[in-house]
Write a protein that binds this ligand. Structure first.
Ligand code: F1P
Length: 292
């Protein structure tokens, strides 16, 4: 079995473990009212976006998110939260080293370099991965952070178990091109779904906030292409997409449970194309840049 398939399947159990871990790590996570920046690269950046939107929309305090390379070191934050599976990503280490804020990292081992530039480290060792493409570490981090905001997640875990039940074949339509849409925090999920398809299956994918989609991107919609909406559709959007002839995917699932479907589809399509999703071209598990 592929590493990535095993990791995708492990998500519901890992999410349960993360929720159970929360009481032990809550002190390291942002408190209500703190001014927070969340940083990461690639998939970790998209999880940062989702959490930042959820926290701020939930009234828990101003929460910005940045790719680690764009973190504005001069800004006054109470806390910076860094998400990094490998704990070695250069841009993340540099951003943490350059801030005066209290630093929390979420990673997979306390011995990793990211821990040495953090004040607090949350270790999700049970969600570590063999794969280059991230699945279970990213979603488990987000579920821990969602739980820390007071969300009850049992229903989401059950949805993911249901999604993992049927064969991925036939669960969602095939298409020549995929555009993923999400409003609010679900935009981070849409971006992650699009990245997963690119990383694993080298497919042409795009992602937008739902409300931005009609401001240009809809021009490429046509029969044989797929528009996939994460979360509640905004009024009128589905009618506008249907009129283009594109196939619409929009099911009443939590965006993270729906992401599991997209992960599975990415692996399925990769295999169909004769690709090995455990060895995606041009990618490494962690991006470590030369000092010079
Ligand atoms: C972040 C990341 C991954 C991506 C690739 C390179 O890593 O950008 O999301 O899939 O493998 O690294 P990390 O900082 O979370 O380890």
């Amino acid at each position: 079995m592929l590493h990535v398939t095993r990791e995708i399947d492990s998500q519901p159990e890992a999410w349960r473990r993360a929720v159970a871990l929360l009481p032990q790590v809550a002190g390291a996570l942002p408190r209500p009212g703190e001014r927070v920046a969340v940083i990461g690269c690639g998939t970790s950046w998209f999880m940062a976006e989702a959490y930042a939107a959820l926290r701020e929309d939930g009234g828990q305090g101003e929460t910005d998110f940045f790719p680690a390379s764009r973190f504005p070191a001069g800004r006054d934050y109470d806390r910076v939260v860094a998400i990094s599976r490998s704990g070695t990503t250069t841009e993340v280490l540099e951003a943490l080293a350059g801030t005066r804020a209290r630093r929390t990292s979420i990673t997979t081992a306390s011995s990793l370099p990211v821990a040495s530039v953090s004040d607090d480290t949350v270790v999700l060792d049970f969600a570590d991965e063999e794969s280059v493409v991230q699945t279970v570490f990213a979603t488990t981090t987000l579920m821990l952070l969602r739980a820390s905001l007071g969300e009850r997640l049992d229903g989401v875990v059950e949805q993911a178990e249901t999604v993992l039940g049927p064969t991925p074949d036939g669960a969602v339509p095939r298409g020549g091109q995929y555009t993923f849409l999400g409003q609010g925090w679900a935009h981070g999920i849409a971006r992650e779904a699009a990245l997963k398809m690119r990383e694993a299956a080298q497919l042409w994918t795009e992602s937008y906030p739902q409300m931005e989609y009609r401001h240009g991107p809809i021009a490429i919609a046509e029969p044989g292409r797929v528009v996939w909406v994460f979360g509640e559709p905004v009024p009128g959007l589905l009618d506008d997409v249907a009129a283009t002839g594109a196939t619409v995917v929009c099911d009443p699932l939590d965006p993270v449970a729906d992401l599991v479907r997209a992960q599975r589809l990415a692996v399925l399509l990769a295999e169909r194309l004769g690709l090995d999703p455990d060895r995606p071209r041009h990618l490494t598990r962690s991006v470590v840049l030369d000092a010079g």
